[in-house]
Ligand binder design. Structure first.
Ligand SMILES: Cc1cc2nc3c(=O)[nH]c(=O)nc-3n(C[C@H](O)[C@H](O)[C@H](O)COP(=O)(O)O)c2cc1C
Length: 168
């Protein structure tokens, strides 16, 4: 399947609606056909051992994302890590493993990638590993990460070439 044929979803987790990560996503969706989902539009609460939040927006969002061939996770680097919004989303994948196994099963083999921005020239290796270890565990097919050094803000001219090499 090539870039044109694949159905691609981009999931954004950023605290800045006009920030660098959204600017990167906007630039990327000019070059690939993708639908964008923003975690700020969903009520997803942190993982609960008693699953009292099982009727929030998490399962519905996962069902939407599973309609796509590829999922691109877009997060800034906040304190060497993925954004808190994105971390909550990953924590909640434990719900799937515990009581929505048929949905977890559908993640297996699904292609995925990372878009990220940060103010360091390069991210710590641990940043990518936070994601890639989870992708491995879930059996997802990880394609790679496009990281953009933003100092102080995203500059399309600097990243135009990289964006054409987006790992999908
Ligand atoms: C709370 C916070 C923590 C940050 N921590 C890091 C960091 O550890 N490493 C880094 O390179 N940049 C860090 N930055 C800078 C952001 O990653 C960078 O400005 C990014 O492009 C912001 O994306 P956004 O506009 O989508 O929020 C941090 C910014 C914030 C607000």
């Amino acid at each position: 399947m090539n870039k044109q044929q694949a159905k691609i979803a981009v999931l954004i987790g950023s605290s800045n609606d006009n920030g660098n990560t959204i600017a990167l996503v906007n630039a990327v969706v000019q070059t690939i056909n993708a639908d964008v989902f923003n975690l700020k539009d969903y009520q997803i609460s942190p993982f609960d051992y008693e699953h009292k939040n099982s009727d929030d927006d998490f399962i519905g969002l996962v069902k939407e994302l599973l309609l796509y061939d590829q999922i691109i996770f877009a997060s800034p680097v906040y304190w060497y890590s993925m954004s808190a919004q994105m971390k909550v989303f990953f924590d909640r994948i434990s719900d799937l493993l515990q009581f929505k196994k048929e949905l977890a099963q559908q993640l297996r083999g699904k292609s995925c990638a990372i878009l990220s921005t940060g103010s360091s020239p390069l991210p710590e290796r641990s940043f990518e590993e936070l994601f890639s270890n989870s992708f491995d565990y879930l059996g997802m097919n990880y394609k790679g990460m496009l990281y953009c050094f933003c100092n102080p803000s995203f500059n399309l001219k600097e990243h135009r070439e990289d964006i054409t090499q987006i790992p999908i």
